[in-house]
Design a protein around this ligand. Sequence first.
Ligand SMILES: [Zn+2]
Length: 1034
Amino acid sequence: MDPFDSHNSERVNLPRNMIENSMFEEEPDVVDLAKDSASFPTFPALDPDDIVYEPRSSRLLVRGLGENDLDDEEEDCESSARLLGMSFMNRSSAHRTAGSPYTRQSPSSSCSRPSTRTMVVCVLFLVIVVSMSMVLYLLPGCTFTKTGCPKQNKTTPSEPVYPISTNGEVFPWAQLRLPQSVRPLGYNLTLNPDLDTMTFTGRTAITMFIRHNTKHIVLHSVNLNITKATFKLSDGEATAVTVLEYKPNQQIAVKFTEELKAGQKCVLTLDYAAELSHTYDGFYNSSYSDKEGNKKVLAATQFEPLSARKAFPCFDEPSFKATFLIQISRKEGYMTLSNMPKAKTTSLSNILFMDEFEKTTVNMSTYLVAFIVANFTPVNKMVSNTLLSVYAVPEKYEHTAYALDAASKLLDFYNNFFEIPYPLKKLDLVAIPDFLAGAMENWGLITFRETSLLVGSQSSALEKQVVASVVAHELAHQWFGNLVTMNWWNDLWLNEGFATYMQYTSIQHVLPHLDIENLFLDVRLRAMEKDALNSSHAVSTEVNTPEQVEEMFDSVSYEKGASILLMLNASLPGEQQFRKGIIQYLKQFSGLNTYTSDLWNSLTQVELSTQLQNISEMMNSWTSQKGFPLVTVSHKGDEVTLTQEHFLLTSDNNTRSSSLWNIPVSYINDTCSLAPECRQIFTLKTKSGTLKLPGNVTWLKMNYKNTGFYIVDYGKDGWAELCDALTDDYKVLTSEDRTSLIHNIFALSRLGRVTFQQVHLLLKYLSNETETTPITEALLQLNTVYRLLDKRHEPELGARLKVYMLSLFGSLVGNQTWDEIESVSKQELRAALLETACRLKEESCIKQAKAIFKSYVESNGTVRIPGDLQQVVFNVAAQSDDWPTLLNLYANASYDSEKRKILKGLASTQDPHQIVWILKEGLSGHIVQTQEMPLVIDTVCKGFAGYLFAWDFIQENWDQLIEKFPVGSFAIQRIIKSTTSQFSTKAHLAQVQSFFSSLKERGSSMRSVQEAVETIKLNQRWMDTNLASLRKLL
Ligand SMILES: [Zn+2]
């Protein structure tokens, strides 16, 4: 999925939601131990034999494992214990760690293979176990349970606390994760949506395989009214069964008096009725107005991560892969789409038809299932053996050509790059009028927000870049995610980090004129901002609750994931080694589920150079701990000293971190600094290290082209040397290296390691700079400082900063034209410069923008504003008397990308009445689509007039917001960040803390709340430290 609705959106940080069912608080929670283990650089090697398995009487249930779920098959021990989120029993034992921070008793031999040969070892083992048990027993406040160890004593077994179903019966399962005793093999799914009543009925027949003897079948279901249920063993008769429901865990269950025996096959058939969802997930309704203004309705799905259960009862976890045979009824005038090609249509009545789709040829996770009932128009073409189509509402048919062309090139590229052909006969890309995320990679039926798929032939290359990157991301998922899927959401990055990495790699090859590398560099730098906070999380991290799953869709899984893959690829000696490794991974695990360790093992297996270290060892340090390193470097003559520490932005000086990373530190120097051959690599695994240079150097620049995920401090002398070098001739470094220096020095300033005076010295060279990324980075950083001063009511200092910025970039601003230009990079530069200049009320900028808007309006839309300049022109119009004119344009705009920029313009108004109006409109969804709410709030907050209104607004309307956007979702993360990240005073800090803590289960435990609090404290600290020097400098 691409949860981000645009590519310039700031990708917010993450909070962990700790909403817990009180029932679980009573339970000793083995998974909590696994959670704790995340703070260890590598997960402890947990032998499956060490897992306590006890029958029904035990309280020491492993969350996600039920009774009977571990039998004597070693394979099952492995898969079940893997549910703990631990990558033990790795196929390669290369990175097993010997020392486990805790040990579990092993009274049950269900998984063990006793051997006489190991008798002595066993005796020793028993002694250790007994000793450990005694130690644990005597420990005050037992590690294993909040209620104390004695409860676990096997001599006093107690019943697990099972919940009560809606009908009053005991529900046979108490965990959030499903039991492993039953596996679905195939779903036969019939859906009858009624777009007049916005309801649907369905029938789901699930063929299952019993893996372990069990007396119950548990699966997921939400808001489905089950009207009939039958059960049939392979050789038996279908009989009616009672379905129990436990709503808090979104589960249903069927209990049996006789045990179902391992090895049997059976079929559960459920008839049900439900309403089409009014939000953006599950099977939901959507509408739009056609050219004549008639309302048209349609129904579409969005299942990732946890909403397939809202459309049909299912085993809704990514590891429960199965086949799907889907049929959907529709009225005349509608069409249906699903993952597979249509097999046949039968007539049910004069106006009602049933479309049946081919059975999936691949096993698929439930979150990838999709279906649509609508009236769309396609364009298509054959690419290899795949029929590739792009669908949109008929009115937007002419905006589909670019996506089809880009997708066909990208599909070709991936078919060759992965050496595995796309496995389905068709691939549809569909633009949905109401769609919250950017896009969703459903296998064979990718759904998009209209702005992520549709562009006009006249659109600028920058607008096409947005479409191409989202398409590239979703196509990459057809391999990474669909063919090979993470076992559980804790490793979401395996899907998303890879798709993000591949989207940039593929576009660089296939559509090089889109200058995508600028965007990739930017997202890597932005990912560091969130990951620098103490509230961040490891790339691969434990998740249990639905809110925690939602929270995984953040910049750590996506951009940090992609960044560490780039770092790995850049540090490998052979060009093709990385690609060979991922091909091996895809081939080996095709159709299966994986863990992070599987990927590293595949890459290690193809390692070409014997001198290289183990990739697993290196990469584990990046995926199993949060944050990233700060490398401090100093050089004397030919000797360079490097030290590493955690780059931890925290207002609390007592927070210490002893994390160490295995860093491939790259470096260049004044004798050779531009070509890739100049780059040297030193692996820093320990706290500090030294390296010898071939001779004396004048300066050193580390992290060549910023391909590594770390920040560098050069010390006072090192920074001064680099400043001098840039002042002499800034072209001695690549533009990526210059950008990286600007980013790093601002980051160090935030950390309190450099003064603003040093920042100022580096920025001096910028008046000569002409390349895009160093300038856009500096603008972004300075705009952040400007907004903080603005919101802190420091108008005089703000005015001085404005003069400073215009003196740095004034001549560049003056050199920009307002006509169409080709280069994406130049468009990015121009848009950033002019938006800043006009925001700072630079006169000629405002004048020019107003003139363009006037001629645009007078021409009745026939004069086109260049795509990259639309935003600045609309912003200026909105902040003048033209706001009503702009609103009128918004109501009539049909081209989505432009419409969105008009909306952003409208939200940038400084008029309080207009601000309040647009916030309310966004929530009601009448004129402004509710899916745009995060964008509206973000834009309102950037202005001086709006940020306090927005803060009040979200407090007053919190419940309505979380009804539209789930707690923990990317939309909510973004809203929290937008409304709070510019506060820098104690008073605001107190307000934010008080509001969020009052929310309780409605969001107070989200990671983004911790982030918000920490960010305000850091803003406050930065202001306290730097206000005086800013006054002096500016
Ligand atoms: Zn994705």
